[in-house]
Design a protein around this ligand. Sequence first.
Ligand SMILES: [Zn+2]
Length: 170
Amino acid sequence: MALFFPVPEWNKQSYKEGMRQFGWSRNGGKRFHAGCDIYAPLKSPVIAIADGVVVENAFFYLGTNQISVRHDGIGVVRYGEIVDIPKKFAIGSPVVAGELVGKIGHLTGIKVHPMLHFELFDGSETGSLSLTGKQAESKYKNVKQQSYRRRADLMNAADLLDRLYLQGEK
Ligand SMILES: [Zn+2]
């Protein structure tokens, strides 16, 4: 099965540096970063890393959207902080490896580089990928885990991105 780095023109390993990495503290430690950030110029194409099926397609954060795709054998990937998601992607729609799923967006109102915010879930849980603060509190005892505000099967996406990065290196 062919696999692709999600922002092919920006295939760099910087998603493990500084605040781009998984688990980095946000809002002075109130929240932890649930994904890995891949910085790229605004409107750079974002592509599906593998074949899959759409499980969410929704508003995400500060004027950006997200599409989440179940990739069998990999897990559920959330492609976040993007714009221009093709209209054809409804929940249950098939996605083909390498297909355009959106373009790099930028968060309105805060000064950060445009990026793809890339999250990975292992697929062992069901339901919404994001939790509110209250939902997270009722689900977890561990404060750090509450602070991700994500479903319990959230993983650090860096190992997967490393695999995709090496694959993209031709
Ligand atoms: Zn992020």
